[in-house]
Design a binder for this molecule. Structure first.
Ligand SMILES: [Zn+2]
Length: 471
C-alpha cells in the first residue's frame, strides 16, 4: 500500500492525497482546487497527476474549495465511485461547488472580454452540470459512525472543529490480515472557536497526515474579537468617515463576524452604520449554519436563549443582485462591507477593494489565512502597490489583520489535536497543507513532542507504507 501527495504538499491549497492498496483499490482523500498562486494555479489545476477513472472512492474532509473544488473535474474526467462526507459537508459542498463553477465561468468570460494581443482564450475548469453529477455520487456518513466502505476498508469521521461539517478522517485498511490505521486531520480548527465545538479526540493511528497551516505561529489576539472590531469600525466609520471592507470566507468567517457584531449589539455598543453582507454565497451559508444548530458550542447555545437570531442585528442587509452590489460603490456614506472571497482573489470583494483601496479614509480588514501570493496575502505583507484585474492601484487605505479569526488552529491547537496519540506508536507522520518553511519549524516542534518520524512530502511524491522515512 502506498500514498501519493498530489496537492497541499509544501503548500496550503489543492488538497489531494491518493492511497493505493495492493489490490489496486484507490482511495482519494479530498480533491481540492489550488488557489491564490496567480498563473501557476491554472497549470496545477489542469493536471491531477493520476487517472481519475482509476480512483475507486473519495473521502472528503470538509467543504472548503481547496478540499472539494476539483471534485466536478474528477467526475468530468471519469471518476464514478462514491464520495463520502458528513451531512453538513454535503449541504455546504453543494453551494460552494456551484459557486465555484459560476465564478470560474464569470472569470473566464471577464478575461476573454479583456484579452490583450496574443493572449489565449481562458476556459472554465468545469460547469454547473459537472457539479450536479458530483452531488449524485455523494454519500453521507455521520460523525463517529463506524462505516464499512467495503469488507477490508472502514471509515470514521470525527469533528475537526474547523468549519461546519469539517471532519478528521480515520481509515482502517486491512491487507493480508493486517490492519493499518491512517488518520487524515483535514483542516483543524481552534480550541475555543467563537461558534464551533473544539476538535474531537480520536483513536490511536499508525500513520497521520497532519495539516500544518499555522505550524509555526500562535494567533491569540490580546483583545477579544468584539473589541478589535469595535475599535476598527469606530476609527474608520466614525472618525475618518470611511468604509471597512472585510474579505471573508463565505463559510465560517462571515458567520463569526456576524455573531461578534451581534454580540456588540446585545451589549449596546454596535456603531450605528449600515452593515452589508455582499455575497449571495455567504447568505446561503449563513442559512445552512442556522439549519445545523447541533454544531454550536455552549457559548452560542447560551446566546440563543436571549436572542433567537444570533447572526442578525440592526442595520444588517444581505445583498443579492449585482446591481445592488455595484450601488454600494456609489454610496459615499461610511459602512461595513463583508464580502467573499477570504483571500480577496475572486468574487465581489475584489471589486470593493479596487474601488476603496486608494483612499486613506478606508480600511481593508483581513480576518483569515491568505496564501502569500493572493491579493489578501500581498496586502497583509504590506505591498504599497497591488495589481487588481490587471491594473495597478496604490494602497492608501489602512490594512488591518485580526489573526485570531482564522479557521485554522495555531501550533498549540495542532499539538493539542495530536495529544490523544501515543507518539511512539505513530510509525510516520506526514505534514501536509502548509508552507514548507512553516512545516520545517513544525516538524522540529513535533519531534520535541516525541514524534520521531516526521516527513514533509513534495508535490506528487509517493511513499510506501511500512518504509520509514527519516528527515
Ligand atoms: Zn478548510
Amino acid at each position: 500500500m502506498n500514498i501519493a501527495f498530489h496537492g497541499a504538499a509544501r503548500t496550503v491549497t489543492g488538497s489531494k492525497h491518493l492511497i493505493t492498496l495492493k489490490n489496486g483499490t484507490r482511495i482519494l482523500l479530498d480533491c481540492g482546487l489550488f488557489q491564490g498562486m496567480g498563473h501557476v494555479t491554472d497549470k496545477l489545476n489542469d493536471y491531477f497527476g493520476f487517472d481519475a477513472k482509476k480512483v475507486t472512492y473519495l473521502v472528503l474532509s470538509h467543504a472548503h474549495i481547496d478540499h472539494c473544488g476539483l471534485l466536478p473535474k474528477l467526475i468530468a474526467e471519469g471518476f464514478e465511485g462514491k464520495i463520502f462526507c458528513t451531512p453538513a459537508t454535503m449541504d455546504l459542498a453543494r453551494i460552494l461547488m456551484m459557486d465555484s463553477a459560476k465564478i470560474q465561468m464569470q472569470d473566464a468570460e471577464y478575461a476573454n472580454r479583456h484579452l490583450r494581443n496574443g493572449e489565449e482564450m481562458e476556459e472554465a475548469l468545469y460547469t454547473e452540470e459537472d457539479v450536479i453529477k458530483t452531488l449524485s455520487l455523494m454519500k453521507i456518513v455521520e460523525y463517529e459512525e463506524d462505516f464499512e466502505i467495503e469488507q477490508e476498508i472502514r471509515l470514521k469521521f470525527t469533528d475537526a472543529g474547523h468549519i461546519l461539517g469539517s471532519a478528521a478522517v480515520h481509515l482502517t485498511i486491512t491487507e493480508e490480515g493486517k490492519p493499518t490505521r491512517i488518520t487524515f486531520s483535514g483542516d483543524v480548527g481552534r480550541y475555543g472557536d467563537l461558534l464551533l465545538k473544539s476538535p474531537q479526540q480520536f483513536d490511536q493511528a499508525d500513520y497521520i497526515l497532519m495539516e500544518s497551516t499555522y505550524g509555526d505561529s500562535l494567533h491569540k489576539d490580546l483583545d477579544p474579537i468584539e473589541d478589535l472590531l469595535l475599535e476598527i469600525i469606530n476609527n474608520t466609520c466614525k472618525v475618518k468617515k470611511g468604509k471597512v471592507i472585510i474579505p471573508a470566507f463565505a463559510v465560517g468567517r462571515t458567520q463569526e463576524l456576524l455573531y461578534a457584531l451581534n454580540g456588540l449589539e446585545l451589549k449596546g455598543k454596535l456603531p450605528d452604520v449600515p452593515y452589508y453582507v455582499d455575497s449571495p454565497l455567504s447568505s446561503k451559508a449563513t442559512e445552512i449554519l442556522k439549519n445545523h444548530p447541533e454544531v454550536y458550542n455552549n457559548g452560542v447555545k447560551e446566546t440563543l436563549k436571549i436572542d433567537h437570531d444570533v447572526f442578525g442585528f440592526k442595520g444588517l442587509r444581505f445583498i443579492e443582485s449585482v446591481e445592488e452590489s455595484k450601488a454600494l460603490n456609489e454610496d459615499p456614506r461610511p459602512s461595513v462591507i463583508i464580502s467573499a472571497s477570504g483571500m480577496a482573489e475572486a468574487g465581489r470583494v475584489k471589486h470593493h477593494i479596487r474601488n476603496n483601496i486608494s483612499n486613506q479614509k478606508n480600511t481593508i480588514l483581513m480576518v483569515g489565512y491568505c496564501e502569500p501570493n493572493s491579493l489578501g496575502g500581498r496586502l497583509i505583507a504590506g505591498q504599497k502597490v497591488v495589481e487588481i484585474f490587471r491594473d495597478e492601484y496604490d494602497v492608501k487605505a489602512e490594512v488591518q489583520l485580526i489573526k485570531s479569526m482564522s479557521a485554522h488552529g495555531d501550533y498549540e491547537d495542532l499539538l493539542q489535536f495530536l495529544s490523544c496519540q501515543d507518539p511512539a506508536k505513530v510509525k510516520q507522520l506526514f505534514l501536509v497543507h502548509g508552507e514548507y518553511e512553516v512545516q520545517q519549524h513544525f516538524a522540529t516542534r513535533l519531534k520535541d513532542n516525541g514524534f520521531k518520524h516526521v516527513a514533509i512530502p513534495e508535490y506528487h511524491q509517493v511513499f510506501e507504507f511500512g518504509v520509514t522515512i527519516f528527515f
